[in-house]
Structure formats: structure tokens, C-alpha cells
Ligand binder design. Structure first.
Ligand SMILES: [Zn+2]
Length: 75
């Protein structure tokens, strides 16, 4: 199962970090590394990324999806 495309994103807006790039919505794999547990990879999540400085922003739906996935993983 992968995340469906979020409705609320920053896509097309100017990046608030570098103030030069434009935000693009794209699909990537999220990995969460922690010192005591194996790395958790959540494939196919949507992120907003600046095409200039590469800063990433998580749409709220993506944050929720990640939290849900982690909860399922640990259950
Ligand atoms: Zn930027």
C-alpha cells in the first residue's frame, strides 16, 4: 500500500527557505534511522521539495501517513 497523492501541498509555490526555487510535489521513499532499531523504510510517500536548495517539506497528509505506518509497524 502506498500513499495517495495529497490535496494540500506547497507545489508551485516559491521556496520559503532559499526564496529562489520552486516547490515540486514528488514521490520518494522515506527512511527513518534510529540508533537502536533497524532502519524503517516507507516507500512511495509524497513530499514537497525545492528544486533549488532541495529542502523537503512534508504535507500534513504525508506526516499522518508516516505516523500511521509506524504505528502499524510496531503493533
Ligand atoms: Zn529552496
Amino acid at each position: 500500500m502506498t500513499q495517495s497523492k495529497p490535496n494540500e501541498t506547497l507545489s508551485g509555490e516559491r521556496c520559503p527557505i532559499c526564496n529562489e526555487g520552486q516547490i515540486e510535489l514528488l514521490r520518494t521513499d522515506f527512511d527513518l534511522a534510529s540508533p537502536d532499531e533497524p532502519t524503517i523504510v516507507i516507500p512511495g510517500i509524497w513530499v514537497d521539495r525545492c528544486n533549488h536548495c532541495n529542502e523537503q517539506f512534508f504535507p500534513s497528509e504525508t506526516s499522518r501517513y508516516i505516523e500511521d505506518s509506524l504505528r502499524r509497524d510496531r503493533a
